[in-house]
Ligand binder design. Sequence first.
Ligand code: ADP
Length: 252
Amino acid sequence: MTIEPVPESGTMWPDAAAPEQWSPADAALPVVELRGVCRTYGSDPPVQALRGVDLTIRAGDWLAVVGPSGSGKSTLLNVLGCLDRPTAGTYLIEGIDAAALSEDERASLRARSIGFVFQTFHLLGHRTALENVMLADVYAAGERTDRQARAQAALEKVGMGHRRDFLPTKMSGGEQQRVAIARALLGSPRLLLCDEPTGNLDTANTESVLALFATLASEGLTFVVITHDEDVAARARRAVRIVDGTLTEVNA
Ligand code: ADP
């Protein structure tokens, strides 16, 4: 299963603090805490896609998730992204119990705290880099202040400020992915969920995206990166492996 992009992904409330503005107290609170999380699909027969997952992720962590196809990686990402609810267990995001929220509240939480990056970049081909980044706001909640300035700043953060007026068709895959990351960063999310973000990239472009992740993680952004690529997983600060819905930490 692959996760479909959600239009509001990577967008924020305008007053969300940038990672560099976090206080030490914020840093002490885990960004993500899963306790005994299970997700059983009610198919016939039922599928236990996640079985009692415990996981704590702190600000600035960069967590790689590896595991064979069908092992539960996408299910985990869906739960972390508040796109799906556990059937048992607790998911706290920045201390808030996501499962206890209404759909609207979960959408707000998602918009406030989470950005999404996908294997395919989902950029509009007839829109410039700047417009593609700005569109994240448009999809989210209507008018926002300083949209263009914030989109420009997001492009500069990913090293793409000089390409703001380029169409995606004139960019390399790595450049397109960096624009997609800028779009996900527009509202300063705490958590970036990435599903095979380098899956369509060659070695050089993969390296540029991983270097960007390293920089953003050092600034306090928290990453969860699903990958099949052992080299990509090795660049993360931590790795976990899922097999048949059971998660284990991979020793550094
Ligand atoms: P991965 O991302 O590691 O490939 P998934 O999380 O997509 O794994 O799937 C985990 C298990 O749950 C698989 O056995 C898959 O067939 C099953 N699964 C995923 N989505 C559904 C669904 N909507 N209904 C029933 N079973 C599902």
